[in-house]
Design a protein around this ligand. Sequence first.
Ligand SMILES: NC(=O)c1ccc[n+]([C@@H]2O[C@H](COP(=O)([O-])OP(=O)(O)OC[C@H]3O[C@@H](n4cnc5c(N)ncnc54)[C@H](O)[C@@H]3O)[C@@H](O)[C@H]2O)c1
Length: 254
Amino acid sequence: MSTNSGLRTGDAVVVTGAAQGIGKAIALDLAARGARLALWDIDAAQCAATAAACRGKVDVVHSGVDVSDREQVKAAFGAAEKAFGSIYGLVSNAGIFPRAGILESTPEMWRRVLGVNLLGTVFCAQAVCPGMISAKRGAIVNIASGRALQGTPRGAHYAASKAGIVSFTKSLALEMATHGIRANCIIPGVTETAQPLADSTLEELQALGKRIIPLGRIGQPEDLTGAVAFLLSDAAGFMTGQSIAVNGGAIMIP
Ligand SMILES: NC(=O)c1ccc[n+]([C@@H]2O[C@H](COP(=O)([O-])OP(=O)(O)OC[C@H]3O[C@@H](n4cnc5c(N)ncnc54)[C@H](O)[C@@H]3O)[C@@H](O)[C@H]2O)c1
């Protein structure tokens, strides 16, 4: 099987890390496209706020979920399946990036970053795939990072977790292809959210954008939404195991 039918109005999509930033922008965009939504985030209150912003356009359920906890993921998936019957799409976006050099980073930090970013992505895929296999259709979009390809100082755990996501997505795509399920990655560049702003001022990020990004600016969360919608759609029906960089051209050396 080489293609599956893409996102249709009323299809249900899980978005993790939906409380703020890129995940919130993705949720709002998918709501505008008519998807029903299951929104998950460890920050239950802010996730409820995103759900309220989407509701009115579409049906939405939301859960406070730590994606690194497989039981919590299973429970949230059960609630989503009960609400919507079946789940067509998954956008695994939840992620953390605590800064620490390799020599300072503790085993706990490594376990937490790999647990949330990589295992969280694995657990969400494990939750949604059985239903997608039964339905013989589904699309998964995992949010990686340019650091997966380039490495980063003060974030080896993060870069390794994101490289793991790129690699996991290829294996997932291979295992699921015959079931009509596609899995791809988005590779964002520097995007104006709480994550890079924990380590740099907005002015520093904007100066970086002008200096090294060919399109002359850092990204906004809304810059990512079109590529996610594309990968969920029938237009990407012959794409699986791939990574799309959405970064203003930053992957190229100017
Ligand atoms: N902003 C960037 O420059 C950038 C660049 C490359 C990749 N990314 C990736 O994009 C994704 C979204 O990040 P963002 O920039 O919007 O950052 P953000 O910090 O604004 O949002 C991350 C969201 O994930 C949630 N989250 C954290 N741990 C969780 C857990 N254990 N379980 C469930 N939810 C959890 C947070 O509560 C938050 O709502 C992340 O995977 C991040 O690594 C961001």
